[in-house]
Structure formats: structure tokens, C-alpha cells
Design a protein around this ligand. Structure first.
Ligand SMILES: O=c1[nH]c(=O)c2[nH]c(=O)[nH]c2[nH]1
Length: 315
């Protein structure tokens, strides 16, 4: 049977770099994990075992370390762009580069109110990440975001009026906990990015910080009253919409929100009433809600006016 390679890419994954930025006695630390993959004319390596066009993945790894020397690694999107430019410029037969970078945020310690010169703590379980795809024809895409953002609210969440049939055992509730480990990605508009050179000009760190704030604030709602969530679905949509409202340069937000259930512990057989106080966290199985949100007129709801339904009407 004849076969052909319909797509290929290769490179190095999990290239971990720690860089120290030294300013006299004061040091700063950056830690990243890079995956760099090349697309291009590598056919002969697959068909006849000819490695002549192959840039060894070991060299790709070395390149990450060498280019880290002249970059402060303070903006992961920019470092990814630097890597893309390098591979496209250096190897003519490379047609595209895909760089993924994850960042580990080290937070400087304060001892007795004074910032430490060289001691840090890993206080942030969430991970900042980016994927930059650059092609020789000049096309460019950047998708940045975060993973493992774990949020919990202990009330102002419910789930009612869902399909009820012979498979349904879930009771309706208008007071439950909502916990999720969120993955959020925002795709930058190609028009706002421009070309490989111009793309460095966006303020990716600011966009990250303010998108993170959007996600957290919308999830939590007003600090006193909260915001009632009728479903993970609607909260996800509101979170993504806020990111789009705040960020001109973003054209699509993709959020994955597992619904990590906390189950009310049944105490009736112990002769006790459990007024939504004692739960057992059940991480598996979990609900999995994922959506992509873009700008545009939403379709009309069944009621025909796009208005949000009164969540409490049927309880
Ligand atoms: O917010 C929710 N969305 C669902 O789709 C769902 N399904 C479920 O069992 N519980 C929940 N909660």
C-alpha cells in the first residue's frame, strides 16, 4: 500500500529554563518551560531515512538556552516570537514554527516587611502560557492564557430547570458550591498583531493581569452580595465576555471549566440535619463545560427577547 505523510511537525518539548536577572545584590528569577516545533520540508527523513534537512531536536533545545541569554524572559509571548523569528530566519526549509511557553511565577519573599534580595516563593498554582504560530508567508497567531486557576464560591450558585427524565436523579438546587479548575485561552486578533516584528508591541503582561482579574471578578461577583450563577455555562460565558469587553486585541476567548462537585453529606441516617454545611469534595467524575466566545449578536432565546430568565421562578 502506498502512503504519504499528510502533516508533520517535530521539535523539543519540556525545555526548562531558569534565568537569573542580576542587579548588584538584588536578583530576579524567571522560570519557563518551552516546546518548540518546526514545520517544513523534512519529507526525506520520513520516506528514506535521510536526516540531511533535520535540525536535531537537541540543537532546538540548545537554541532555546542560547536565545535565553539575550532575552529577559519577562514577556513569554515576546520570547516565543524571538524563537519563531530565529528558526524561520536561520533555516530556509522551515515553513512554520510553533512555540508553546509555560511560565512558573516566582514571587519575591518579604521578610519583616522588607523585600528579600534573592528569596522567592511559588505561591501561584495557576500557570500562564502562550502558543505562538508563525509561518514563512508571514501569517502569525498568538493564543495566550492560563491553566489551573482553581476558584471556589460557597454559595450564589444553583442549577434548576434542566431536563428531567427517567435518567435524572440530580435534585434542583439554588444554593450550592461552585468549584472549578479553569483553563482560559485568548486568541489575539490577527489584524491587531500585525506581522512578526509588530506583534512584539502588544502589552501581553498587562493583558494577562487584567484578563485574570476579569475571570476572577466575574466568577466571584460583588464582594458582599456575589452574583447568582444559574449554571457553570452562564458564568463561563460572562467571564469570557468580560475578557472580550476589556481587551480590544483579543478576538476569541476559549474557557474550559470542569464543574468539580461538592456533595452534601447525607446525615439523615445519623439522625442529623445537614443544612448545606458539611460536604465531601468529589473530584471525579466532573462536569466539563467548554465554550469559545467571540464578538457578535447572540441568537434570540426561546422567549425571543434575549433576556435572562428568572432563575427562581420555578422553584
Ligand atoms: O452548572 C451546571 N451545569 C451543568 O450542565 C450541570 N449538570 C449537572 O449535573 N450539574 C450541572 N451544573
Amino acid at each position: 500500500m502506498k502512503t504519504k505523510v499528510s502533516y508533520q511537525k517535530y521539535g523539543k518539548g519540556c525545555v526548562r529554563v531558569i534565568k537569573l536577572l542580576k542587579d548588584g545584590d538584588r536578583q530576579d528569577v524567571r522560570e519557563i518551560e518551552v516546546q518548540a516545533l518546526l514545520e517544513g520540508d523534512f519529507d526525506v527523513s520520513y520516506y528514506v531515512g535521510d536526516n540531511a534537512p533535520i535540525v536535531a531536536t537537541d540543537s532546538i533545545k540548545n537554541t532555546v538556552y542560547v536565545l535565553s541569554k539575550s532575552h529577559d524572559l519577562k514577556v513569554i509571548e515576546d520570547f516565543a516570537l524571538v524563537l519563531c523569528r530565529h528558526f524561520l530566519k536561520t533555516y530556509n526549509h522551515v515553513s512554520g514554527v510553533i512555540v508553546n511557553i509555560k511560565e512558573k511565577p516566582w514571587t519575591r519573599l518579604s521578610i519583616a516587611g522588607q523585600e528579600h534580595n534573592h528569596a522567592f516563593q511559588d505561591v501561584s498554582p495557576h500557570i500562564r502560557k502562550t502558543e505562538v504560530r508563525a509561518k514563512r508567508d508571514g501569517s502569525l497567531s498568538i493564543t495566550s492564557g492560563l491553566d489551573k486557576l482553581t476558584l471556589l464560591k460557597t454559595t450564589q450558585s444553583g442549577f434548576t430547570n434542566f431536563v428531567r427524565d427517567k435518567y435524572t436523579t440530580l435534585p434542583e438546587t439554588k444554593d450550592r458550591m461552585m468549584k472549578s479548575t479553569i483553563k482560559a485561552e485568548w486568541e489575539f486578533s490577527k489584524q491587531k498583531l500585525g506581522d512578526l516584528e509588530k506583534a512584539s508591541k502588544l502589552n501581553y503582561n498587562h493583558i494577562f493581569d487584567s484578563s485574570l482579574q476579569s475571570l476572577i471578578q466575574v466568577f466571584a461577583g460583588d464582594p458582599v452580595k456575589g452574583t447568582y450563577s444559574p449554571s457553570v455555562q452562564q458564568t463561563l460565558y460572562d467571564m469570557a465576555t468580560d475578557v472580550l469587553n476589556q481587551q480590544d486585541s483579543v478576538e476569541l476567548v476559549r474557557i474550559t471549566m470542569p464543574n468539580r462537585h461538592n456533595i452534601v453529606f447525607d446525615m439523615t441516617r445519623l439522625g442529623l440535619e445537614n443544612k448545606n454545611e458539611i460536604f465531601f469534595p468529589s473530584d471525579e467524575p466532573f462536569g466539563l463545560i467548554e465554550a469559545e466566545v467571540v464578538r457578535g449578536e447572540p441568537p434570540k432565546t426561546k422567549e425571543g427577547n434575549g433576556a435572562r430568565i428568572n432563575q427562581f421562578s420555578k422553584l
